[in-house]
Design a protein around this ligand. Structure first.
Ligand SMILES: [Zn+2]
Length: 189
């Protein structure tokens, strides 16, 4: 019995050490659960956009755009305080769609906070902005930014790989024009 204990203690110790080592690396990998895009990869990507020539012959879009009056409303339920804020149906759908699209962006690891659209969390005046956290395996702290709905649309189209942003009326804008926004949101610069 004595020999057995002596024989197995070093092995048990090794296992404990191995477990600690695994736990440590596991903890570090919290930031690496995306596809491994680093913040320097992202900076390179943005620099290469900056180096490209401007896109010519863009569609200016339709001149007239009728917004249909909407009387229907829908309750936006805040994920933080669980309370409801009424929005016209169109705006509500836009918020929900953007939230989904932001969460589904490929190539980066993001966290989307949407209580900016909640009147209860903002003293009756919603900021109408998403708070975005972008995590990179080479950065300890995420890049935090606040973006409104049109900025969210630009970011989503950029992350889809679009070279030209397409607006609601079919209008097209060179993504290069949005580099300050993209840099602020994606690399915090
Ligand atoms: Zn709230």
């Amino acid at each position: 019995m004595k020999t057995l204990i002596i024989k197995y203690i070093p092995r048990a110790l090794l296992l404990v050490l191995l477990y600690i080592a695994l736990a440590c690396t596991g903890g570090r990998q919290v930031y690496a659960k995306s596809d491994g895009t680093t913040s320097s990869d992202m900076e390179e990507k943005l620099d290469s956009l900056a180096a490209q020539p401007k896109v010519e012959r863009l569609n200016p879009g339709a001149m007239c755009y009728d917004t249909v009056a909407q009387n229907d409303t829908e309750n936006f339920i805040c994920l933080k305080c669980k309370k409801a804020t009424k929005y016209p149906l169109g705006t509500y759908n836009q918020i929900i769609t953007l939230r989904k699209q932001l969460n589904a962006m490929k190539g980066i690891n993001v966290k989307v906070i949407d209580n900016g659209f909640c009147e209860h969390c903002n003293n009756g005046k919603p900021t109408m902005k998403f708070v975005l956290y972008v995590y990179y395996p080479d950065k300890k702290k995420p890049v935090r930014s606040e973006i409104d709905m049109s900025e969210a649309e630009i970011l989503i189209q950029y992350m889809e790989g679009k070279r030209v942003f397409k607006g609601e009326t079919g209008n097209e804008i060179d993504m290069k024009d949005f580099l300050p926004l993209l840099r602020r949101v994606l690399v915090g610069k």
